[in-house]
Structures are given as C-alpha cells and as structure tokens.
Design a protein around this ligand. Structure first.
Ligand code: CA
Length: 220
C-alpha cells in the first residue's frame, strides 16, 4: 500500500530531536539513568513526552491518570505541564522502578502534584469509580501490561469527562501487530483493541506512527 510517511532515518530522527526537543535538565538525567536499566525500552522517547505535555496544556487538563509509570519520565512531563493545582494519579506495581521516579519528581518540584498508587491499576481505577470519580478526569496515559489495556480503557473512559483524552502507548507492539507468527497474549490484545477503537463510537481517534505507535482517543 502506498503511503506518504517519510521513512524515519537516524539522520532525520536526530534532526527532529535537535530542532524540537525542549527537555529539562532533570528530565534528561532521568532518561539517562533509565537508559542503563535492563527494562530501558519501556521508557517513552522525549518527543512523545513533549507531545503528551502539549496535549495536557491544549485541553487544559487538571486531573490526570497514568497507568504504568515505570521510572516516571512521562509522569514528570505531564506534571510539569499541569497548573499548580493540577493532579496526576500514577498507577504502578513496582516499588523499585517508581522509587527512581519519586526521586526525580521530588527534585523537579512536582512531587506534590503526583499521587503514586502502588497496586494493580485495575484496582485503583475501580476504587476511583467506586469513590464517585466518574467523569472527573481530563487526561489519561495507558502504558502498562498489554493484556490489561482493554479493561483499563473501559475504566478510564468512565473516569474521563466528555472531551477528555486518552493516550495509548505501544499500539504497534514493536511491529508485531502485523506479524502473523506473533501470537502472544499482549499482541493479540492490542490487535483487538486497535480494531475496537477504530469502530468505537464513544471516542474520536487518531493513530500516530511515532515511537511504537501512539493512539489518541477523545471521549465524545
Ligand atoms: Ca510503553
């Protein structure tokens, strides 16, 4: 199939970064520290963090959710973009990775805006719904276990206000979504979710071929 996307060469990518990335010094150090970890590929690239920060500002988000925090790079970008009275609830199950996150959030002066909930995300989302928080969030980033994405989507959709935005990460699964031999639970889950989102009348969507495939879904 013909398409008009440029092939992202290393040179072009370097250029993109050189003319567009406005990373804080603290964020850069967090990215560098994370890069040395065995799970480093779980960290989103700076251009994606910057896009998310822009989206947060664009919709005037004040109350945000993050499903899958890892070492806190994306949360740092979102928290930096929030007004002083903005709040971000981060869901993760790793004490180890999020302890790195906390250190940098503290240093960046955004720790007061972030509430980390160490528990399976679906429990946190269910508790928020039970606590009457439906329709009270503006923005959510979903980037945790892929087989859980659909359940996170359904819960987050209830928690968002109309006009609220969801950002889904890794929707290409490293390209495996189109590999017929790739049949892991996570890949199958995202194939199904991608097809579901295309036909879902509850949201307006756009799928961006940046990083590992990023889908934006705005609640109608
Ligand atoms: Ca990811």
């Amino acid at each position: 199939m013909q398409h008009k996307n440029l092939v992202m060469t290393d040179g072009l990518y370097e250029y993109l970064r050189s003319v567009s990335i406005r990373e804080t010094e603290i964020a850069r150090r967090l990215r560098e520290e994370t890069r040395l970890l065995p799970m480093a590929m779980m960290q989103i690239p700076p251009e994606q963090a910057q896009l998310m920060a822009l989206l947060v500002r664009l919709i005037g988000a004040k109350r945000c959710l993050e499903i899958g925090t890892f070492t806190g790079y994306s949360a740092l970008a979102v928290a930096n973009a929030l007004p002083d009275d903005g709040r971000l609830i981060c869901c993760d199950i790793s004490e180890e990775w999020t302890s790195i996150a906390r250190r940098y959030w503290q240093e960046a002066g955004v720790a007061d805006k972030i509430e980390l909930r160490l528990a399976p995300a679906i429990e946190t989302l269910t508790a928020l719904l039970a606590g009457g928080e439906a329709g009270r969030f503006d923005f959510a980033f979903i980037d945790a276990d892929k087989s859980g994405y659909d359940a996170y989507y359904e819960a987050v959709l209830q928690l968002l206000r109309p006009g609220g935005l969801i950002v889904f990460d890794n929707m290409f699964m490293g390209g495996r979504v189109i590999d017929p031999e790739a049949t892991s639970e996570g890949v199958d889950a995202l194939r199904q979710l991608n097809a579901k989102l295309r036909d879902d009348p509850r949201v307006d969507i756009a799928m961006l071929p940046i990083a590992d495939g990023v889908t934006l879904a705005m609640k109608r």
